[in-house]
Design a protein around this ligand. Sequence first.
Ligand SMILES: Cc1ncc(COP(=O)(O)O)c(C=O)c1O
Ligand SMILES: N[C@@H](CCCC[NH3+])C(=O)O
Length: 430
Amino acid sequence: MNVTTEGTRHGAALRIGGCSAVELAREHGTPLYVYDEDGLRRHCRDYRTALAAAWPRTTVAYAVKAFGAAAMLRLAVEEGLDLDVASVGELATARHARVPGERITFHGVAKRPEELAAAVRAGVGTVAVDAVDEVADLIDACRSAGARQRVLLRVNPGTDVATDARYRTSGDETKFGLPIADGSARAALRAALASPSLIVEGVHFHLGSQLMTAGPYVDAMHRVAAFLDRDAQGWRPARIVLGGGMGVRYGPGAQAPTPAEWAAALVPPFAELLAPRCADGVSLGIEPGRSVVAAHGWTLYRVGAVKPRSTPGEATVVVDGGLSDNPRPLMYSATHEVLAAAAPAAAATLLAHVYGRHCETDLLFPAVALPGLRRGDVLAVRATGAYTHSMASNYNRFPRSAVVFARDGVSRVVVRRETAEDLLRAEVPA
Ligand SMILES: Cc1ncc(COP(=O)(O)O)c(C=O)c1O
Ligand SMILES: N[C@@H](CCCC[NH3+])C(=O)O
């Protein structure tokens, strides 16, 4: 990660992509999302090369939902990744970023017929079928467009995933995918194979997010192997996609596996359990989102107020963003590391309880040890590259923040800060 500190009269100041974080805040305003562009590029390449070294035909699709700015989608395809989109909005952004249709997989739960039709018309490479009824809708869409469509069946293997319940997308209670257990996956496979409009390429599963070990993927591979033996009736997939979900390290504690470690953990069980049941030359895919971008993104805030507390040495600190630019602390009790941008290594003298400035008790970062803070100081929040900008809202009608890519000491705005006019654009005159 190209994140360094550099000596200043305050001690050592934080630099991201060679740019001073304090300067970035001054130049572009706050709150500000800042990405270390080299880190993003390297992470994409690491996934590509690690998987390609381990299996002859592989694809890595970046899951756009994690951070969907057009510049990121362009960067991902430049570095050899395909894209997984989960809505027509994400699809439109991918097309805006000049991503060829064939490099896009169209996902989504409860897709509308008109959305399937839009995906077919856009020439997406693959549609991931998520429900039995979608097969008929997709066939209709293909007939209207005079097209044939490659599809993956997104199955729910039933694997019980040991991650936060809010991140689980496999097992009995999930809304995602075609359960293998109740025959839905078999029914969808039969219906899809029977249609000349569809080319049934393979099987997809996505188990959940923020997974730190390969155990659940291996369990799911066993279940998909059993499904193929029992229900495929001679059909041999040409492609298997193991989904995303690769976890990241948000603070002190367990290191997350690297792309090479994921490849080393996932490819041997795939070779043993699934490849023998698939067509010759089967392709293996993964769809990481969070793990491509999280560690390379920072959020910069300016301190708006410091209010003393009754406990000596503690203060309530209010920053100029919060719930609307990062809902993760409130939604998932997510934790992120917070640094004083001007002097991240300075001795801590304050226990800060950092709140956002929304009309909520939006405690973002409780009990953070920081050097003494004053109004106007810049705080930098680490590893906020995933599911922050993409989940941002206009709560309290705050305009959404800008996104900047920093590289070799130069920053460029890739998403401009919203304005008050942007907020009013969809309003009918009152
Ligand atoms: C189908 C699919 N692929 C990939 C992902 C990316 O997950 P993550 O960001 O945890 O890697 C998701 C997330 O929900 C998903 O639903
Ligand atoms: N949005 C979530 C996780 C969901 C992943 C996609 N289903 C997060 O911030 O971590």
